[in-house]
Write a protein that binds this ligand. Structure first.
Ligand SMILES: [Zn+2]
Length: 205
């Protein structure tokens, strides 16, 4: 299984040597998939998916958490998966500090929300008002790590990648979709349809 992963990663990397190639990759997003997916190593089914990005050529791919620590040495993702599981079990649980930082660094939280959560992360008893804010932030995390928002990111990235080879295509609209999805974790039905239309019209898949 390991060989299949290294082979697939090398195909998408600049270096042809695994030891160098694996260093080109960094963690981009983590999400929980509602559908069974297959890791690049061939392992299936996987539900905890990491989107990783090659920092040299901007290639994007997905691997399961089976491979992310072991072979790529990317550790950030596991604590995020733990928090997804915890909050899915009970939405009033607390996410980890790492998950909070992840949400903040992806522009999902303003500074008030971030420092508020930080201050209550270990508290068991909250006022109603505090509990409301906490739940709101927890839902943002679940939305942002959902299959839906990540399948949108995936599609947007595919279009942007395609556009690199088709410079006549104006990417302003697609970039605006990306910004809007980064802000809210989702797209409106209208925006989704527009994205689908671009992909089918340009025959991008
Ligand atoms: Zn794997």
């Amino acid at each position: 299984m390991h060989f299949k992963l290294t082979e697939e990663i090398i195909k998408l990397s600049n270096s042809q040597f695994w030891d160098k190639a694996k260093l080109e990759w960094c963690f981009e997003y983590a999400y929980y998939s509602e559908e069974n997916e297959t890791c690049l190593c061939g392992h299936s089914p996987i539900r905890n998916i990491c989107v990783i990005k090659n920092t040299e050529n901007e290639n994007i791919t997905e691997v399961g958490n089976c491979c992310i620590n072991k072979f790529l040495g990317i550790k950030d993702a596991n604590k995020i998966f733990t928090s997804i599981k915890k909050l899915k079990e009970n939405i009033s649980n607390s996410m980890s500090k790492e998950a909070l930082v992840y949400l903040k660094s992806n522009n999902q939280l303003n500074s008030f929300e971030y420092s508020f959560y930080h201050s209550i992360i270990r508290k068991k008893i909250l006022s109603d008002k505090q509990q409301d804010i906490k739940l709101k932030i927890n839902r943002k995390f679940i939305d942002f790590t959902s299959y839906e928002s990540n399948s949108i990111f995936r599609k947007i990235n595919i279009v942007l990648k395609w556009a690199e080879n088709n410079p006549w295509f104006n990417t302003d609209f697609v970039i605006s979709l990306k910004t809007s999805c980064e802000r809210t974790g989702k797209l409106t039905e209208k925006q989704k349809t527009a994205l689908e239309n671009i992909m089918s019209k340009m025959k991008i898949n």
